[in-house]
Write a protein that binds this ligand. Structure first.
Ligand code: GDP
Ligand code: MG
Length: 297
């Protein structure tokens, strides 16, 4: 292999819940992307940077590709397809069970893709070897020119193989980011995402999808003694507001406490977090609201 430095964008695409955000966090070695067992947790294109001695890998985590419906969903699919268009290498992250009918939506985008594609089979910790081999063969048949790499994003198995396959396909180019930088997102955004993840964790079916978090104030004038953060959780209905606040304010307090602890680790500072809940009627269907809450439309 040549000694020249390689650098490029790698889009991680795949169906909701297949483990894209978990993979990005593992690769970068830092929890940048929020993850959860609920599909559609990821709402933004998120950049995570892996620095190696001879290469810089710029990973783009994306919302899962699904049928677009409503202003928010349309924004999510656009973000995923945008990452695909801007990538030098594409990693299609798939289920260990083999190709499924639901893969068709993504397949139509991949078939016309004129760039290197790597198929990564995630969650192999959930399947025995005898079942994995036919699944690998089936994916191989779909794209005979692409390597098929089995891995477990959760346990870290197979990641070095994936990285090797990626690096050999990256363009020769100088690094784009300084070595200490792990993402292009602001701390403000990452804190909003932490709050959203804790909310996902503590609420049932309805709330996660109806909620958006906006950091209204991020005062670091006294850092590291104190970073003061004021954030608002927007929900779509009055009844949802009650759920998020919880009996005697307990749920919101729990979310705030856990989010504060995570934010302190991320920011390496003491954090004072003030959390409010507000109703924004049907914001997900309103393109302007979706944009104001930080989603690209
Ligand atoms: P995304 O929607 O594709 O970004 O998926 P997430 O990264 O949010 O992960 C969805 C769920 O799958 C989470 O509960 C993860 O912990 C879980 N998960 C991700 N990777 C693995 C894996 O390799 N093995 C197992 N057992 N679970 C995983
Ligand atoms: Mg995700």
């Amino acid at each position: 292999m040549s000694q020249e430095f390689r650098c490029g964008y790698i889009a991680i695409i795949g169906r909701p819940n297949v483990g894209k955000s978990t993979l990005l966090n593992r690769l970068v070695g830092e929890k940048l992307a929020i993850t959860s067992p609920k599909p559609q947790t990821t709402r933004h294109r998120l950049l995570g940077i892996l620095h190696l001695s001879g290469a810089q890998l710029l990973f783009l985590d994306t919302p899962g590709i699904l049928e677009p419906k409503g202003a928010l969903n349309e924004s999510l699919v656009r973000a995923a397809l945008g990452a695909l268009a801007g990538a030098d290498v594409v990693v299609w992250l798939v289920e260990p069970r083999g190709p499924q009918p639901e893969d068709q939506v993504i397949l139509t985008h991949l078939e016309t893709l004129a760039k290197p594609l790597i198929i990564a089979i995630n969650k192999i910790d959930l399947i025995d070897k005898p079942h994995l081999l036919p699944s690998m063969a089936a994916y191989h048949e779909l794209f005979p020119d692409s390597p098929v790499v089995p891995l477990s994003a959760l346990l870290g198995d197979g990641l070095p193989d994936l990285v090797t396959e990626i690096v050999t396909r990256l363009p020769v180019a100088p690094p784009l980011y300084p070595e200490e930088q792990l993402t292009d997102q602001t701390e403000r955004f990452l804190v909003a995402e932490i709050i959203r993840e804790r909310l996902f964790h503590h609420t049932g079916e309805e709330i996660p999808y109806a909620a958006a978090v906006q950091v209204e104030e991020f005062d670091e004038s006294r850092r590291p003694e104190l970073v003061r953060i004021r954030a608002v959780v927007y929900v779509e209905k009055e009844s949802q507001k009650g759920i998020v606040i919880g009996k005697g304010g307990r749920l919101l307090k729990k979310v705030g406490q856990e989010a504060r602890e995570q934010a302190e680790r991320l920011l390496q500072a003491k954090v004072y977090l003030e959390l409010w809940v507000k109703v924004w009627k049907n914001w997900r269907r309103d393109a302007k609201a979706v944009r104001l809450l930080g989603y690209q439309t």
